[in-house]
Write a protein that binds this ligand. Structure first.
Ligand code: HEM
Length: 443
């Protein structure tokens, strides 16, 4: 069983064929600090209108990519995995290499099903599915609702004060839900919060290491030491738990992963690490940032908040509209397996293609007044924040349940809860990562 981390290749240094769109400056897409101010919606708009398939130089790897910002182009690439592979170079803008960043982390970020094509991808995804069916999820809905009530009870005494929503709510709910799905013992759950804190900084740290801009200070050295020990602890914990499930199976997602097979063999430890990282990261971070981003949106669109508070039956549609507007996964990459055409541009075999979900989800060709929150939007469920095609998010229903129930309860108890304007966003151009959000709950 070969490892993807040993076979994945960086994209071809292009562009090979003549550019069909004007060459606009899209270098902001590779600048993490641009994303620390929020997603660059103005740049997305300009690209979508004038250069929807634009070549972007990528300074770190030297291999640039085609950036897609139109809905139809993103759908086309997602829907054609034979031509646009996840496995050839992985789903990240720059193919991770062990010498860049913590080797365990870089390797595991490739050895996971999100970076696989058929047939392996299907084999592994099938094993996860039993824990994401509507029937199974119906059973954990009640526990999610109880957890939300518990978190809001703990926040209620702070009414009138500014509190950090990420710390008190958004980081805790997805963690609880994921641990319920995985079957992680209660006592171990707090560790996850710390692991997530370090994982969100991994991209920035690896980048600075690579370009040599890390200014070593005692604080930074301590941070890196903590980073490394947290990464090691996270993998050791996951591997141990998965091996225990092999010896002592239970009715949970961890047991399913522990018994999954590729080419009729149980997963190698490297694939256990990769599966563990994928589920822990994908299950936590995305939902966490949508929960926080929604509070910001409801403050910016108070009429929509009032409408939703008055008509809770709009909750399911509103959850989709929140996910469309926040689009917490900024992009996914594919690599062309042959020469192909997208939106009139010829892409050469081996070139990277990057799909910008936040841009596609605000394409006015599909969504009327796309920058406006509209909880009654008739086609809110057409958003592609969860991707599309064989890799479409396996946890989409889990995320929707959490968002819908969270805001049903928040608006019922604190109808005037507002974002105070304080926000910190981590420098990360893969996930829109809100690390602090000031919120004031009403009495
Ligand atoms: C708002 C919340 C979420 C968003 C926006 C989101 C987004 C995405 C996207 C865009 C993909 C597609 C990757 C691709 O095309 O290569 C994906 C895949 C995935 N997501 Fe999510 N996700 C969310 C929540 C979750 C949750 C709650 C879980 C687990 C509990 C989860 C687990 C996964 C996994 C395991 C994959 C890989 C699926 C595969 O490769 O077949 N996600 N997600």
């Amino acid at each position: 069983m070969q490892l993807i981390s040993q076979t994945a290749v960086e994209g071809r240094v292009g562009p090979t064929f003549a550019r069909s769109c004007p060459q606009l400056n899209a270098s902001g897409l590779t600048d993490l600090h641009v994303f620390a101010k929020g997603q660059p919606y103005d740049l997305y708009r300009e690209l979508r209108e004038k250069a929807p398939v634009v070549w972007v130089d990528e300074p770190l790897s030297g291999a640039g990519f085609w950036a897609l910002t139109r809905y139809d182009d993103v759908m086309k690439v997602n829907g054609d995995p034979q031509t646009f592979s996840s496995q050839r170079g992985g789903i990240l803008m720059v193919t991770p290499r062990p010498e860049q960043g913590h080797p365990l982390l870089t390797r595991a970020s490739l050895d996971a099903m999100i970076n696989m094509d058929a047939p392996w991808h299907l084999e592994l995804r099938r094993e996860h599915m039993a824990f994401f069916t509507p029937k199974y999820l119906e059973a954990i809905k009640g526990r999610i609702a109880d957890k939300i009530t518990q978190l809001l009870d703990a926040m209620a005494p702070h009414a009138g004060e500014e509190i950090d929503m990420v710390e008190h709510f958004s980081s805790r709910l997805p963690l609880f839900t994921l641990c319920e799905l995985l079957g992680v013992p209660e006592a171990d759950r707090e560790k996850f919060l710390e692991w997530m804190h370090y994982l969100e900084r991994a991209q920035d740290l690896a980048l600075q290491q690579r370009i040599g801009t890390l200014q070593m200070s005692p604080d930074l050295i301590a941070f890196i030491q903590n980073f490394n020990s947290n990464v090691e602890e996270m993998f050791a914990y996951g591997r141990d738990l998965l091996h225990k499930r092999r010896a002592d199976p239970k009715e949970d997602l961890l047991t399913a992963i522990a018994h999954a097979k590729l080419d009729d063999e149980l997963l190698r430890d490297e694939y256990l690490d990769g599966s563990w990282l994928l589920i822990v990261f994908a299950g936590n971070d995305t939902t966490r940032n949508t929960l926080s981003g929604t509070m910001k949106l409801l403050t910016e669109f108070p009429d929509e908040r009032a409408k939703l508070a008055a008509r809770p039956e709009l909750g399911a549609n509103a959850a989709n509209e929140f996910i469309r507007m926040v689009s917490p996964v900024i992009y996914m990459r594919r690599t062309a397996t042959c020469d192909a055409e997208i939106g009139g541009q010829t892409i050469a075999e081996g070139e990277k293609v990057i799909m910008y979900y936040g841009a596609a989800n605000r394409d006015p060709a599909v969504f009327e007044y796309p920058d406006t929150l509209n909880v009654e939007r008739a086609n809110a469920d057409k958003h592609i924040a969860f991707g599309y095609g064989p890799h479409v998010c396996i946890g989409k229903r889990v995320a929707q349940i959490q968002l819908q129930e969270a805001y049903r309860q928040i608006l019922a108890r604190f109808p005037n809860a507002t974002w105070t304007g304080d926000i910190d966003i981590a420098p990360n151009n893969f996930v829109h990562a809100i690390s602090r959000l000031g919120v004031r709950l009403d009495g």
